[in-house]
Design a protein around this ligand. Structure first.
Ligand SMILES: Cc1cc2nc3c(=O)[nH]c(=O)nc-3n(C[C@H](O)[C@H](O)[C@H](O)COP(=O)(O)OP(=O)(O)OC[C@H]3O[C@@H](n4cnc5c(N)ncnc54)[C@H](O)[C@@H]3O)c2cc1C
Length: 371
């Protein structure tokens, strides 16, 4: 099979690239893994994503899906008191609690209707550069493509294959619980609460469920505790506010706990000869920033536009794309330092020491390379 652009991954970044490329007449093939049952509930979509959805001609479909609005955040951060930030103060207005399954199916339907070829595979595949084109091989099937977009999420599959360095800013992980109650408490605000060894996030999980996530560093807890749901329940009772929002006497786990990487990292290069990286494959953001999905959509569109320009012989398109993503990650770095810098109650605790200004610049000199 011959295609103009091969995209690895069918998350928001990959599908945004695919739809954009089809809008400009390029042929597109997306290879993806079978869907797995992970807790994606509780993710909020920043209001700024509206512009990407309009560009992708998805805005009406998005509104029709009636994702619950998210009117603001309450946070206990840098102070023992709870503060409320109302999104009415933001020029973009309120965001949404995303039903990720409905969102994914909306994007998939649009991509298929636009003529994108989707290939699901669970098998290992190989990639070689032949002249100016790529040859993708899986068993006996071959795909020949001019350009590849890596949209494989935090896994950064293509970048690993090409040996592009991934630079890690921290090791943060998330312990994710989906909780339900026969008598749930209602709230249309998310709750963030900083504690000595990390921070909690509580959000709508849909159908009366609640998502409770603890963000921390792996070395701050004993190995045995990681797998013990009771340990995390007990920890939540030591909070000031989370314990009232999700009382352990009232809520129980619906699914086993999930652990996932939730730190910040970025590639050394976001584009090269015949390839571009978009979404988490290019830069993974701390969920505190709420940038992830909005960035995946924006960078997916931009990678699609750059790939379209490269196909038209505009050789500087990849460099311009690289510079745009570099700037986005730089601005995020400043925002992240500012947010963590506001929490000074546990200045000596390793979790906060690692995220505060002086130490951060010390880490920056010696960033850990993970790819
Ligand atoms: C705990 C947690 C909470 C979060 N909360 C929020 C939030 O509230 N708001 C927000 O905006 N963001 C949030 N994020 C971030 C958000 O989930 C991601 O930024 C977003 O999903 C990135 O989209 P993507 O398309 O780049 O990657 P993904 O959504 O990860 O999609 C990548 C796809 O590629 C596929 N894939 C991987 N490897 C291969 C391969 N080799 N071949 C084929 N396919 C492959 C995967 O199966 C997957 O379907 C959170 C992240 C975490 C970890």
């Amino acid at each position: 099979m011959i295609t103009d652009v091969l995209i690895i991954g069918n998350g928001p970044a990959g599908l945004a690239s695919a739809i954009t490329l089809r809008q400009h007449g390029a042929s597109v093939t997306v290879v993806h893994r079978p869907a797995v049952d992970v807790i994606r509930a509780g993710e909020s979509l920043a209001a700024s994503a509206r512009y990407s959805l309009i560009e992708l001609d998805l805005w009406d479909d998005f509104l029709a899906a009636a994702h619950p609005p998210c009117y603001g955040n309450s946070s206990c951060w840098g102070d023992d008191r709870l503060f409320f930030y109302d999104f009415i103060q933001s020029s973009f207005g309120e965001g949404w609690y995303l039903n990720r399954t409905a969102f994914q199916s909306m994007m998939l339907q649009k991509a298929v209707a636009a003529g994108v070829t989707l290939i699901e595979t669970n098998r290992a595949f190989g990639l070689t550069r032949e002249g100016m084109r790529w040859q993708y091989t899986e068993g006996h099937s071959h795909i020949n493509a001019a350009t590849i977009i890596d949209a494989s999420g935090r896994n950064s599959w293509l970048s690993r294959q090409l040996g592009i360095k991934r630079i890690r800013e921290d090791n943060q992980v998330a312990v994710v619980s989906l909780l339900a109650s026969s008598n749930p408490l209602r709230s249309q605000q998310s709750l963030i609460e900083a504690v000595p060894d990390g921070w909690w996030y509580v959000s709508e999980g849909g159908e009366g469920k609640v998502v409770r996530i603890f963000f921390t560093d792996p070395d701050l807890h004993d190995r045995a505790d990681w797998l013990d749901p009771l340990y995390w329940r007990r920890k939540s009772t030591q909070t000031r506010f989370v314990k009232h929002r999700v009382p352990v006497s009232r809520y129980s786990d619906v699914l086993p706990l999930q652990y996932t990487s939730a730190g910040s990292h970025h590639l050394e290069h976001y584009a090269g000869e015949g390839w571009l990286a978009a979404g988490d494959a290019a830069c993974a953001f701390d969920p505190l920033s709420s940038h992830g999905i909005a960035f995946a959509l924006r960078s997916g569109i931009d990678a699609g536009l750059a790939a379209k320009d490269e196909l038209a012989g505009i050789s500087a398109a990849g460099t311009h794309y690289h510079q745009k993503i570099q700037l986005a990650f730089h601005l995020y770095g400043e925002q992240r330092a500012d947010l963590y810098g506001k929490e000074t109650r546990w200045k000596d605790h390793p979790y906060w020491v690692r995220r505060h200004g002086e130490q951060k610049s010390a880490v920056a000199k010696d960033n850990v390379i993970i790819g």
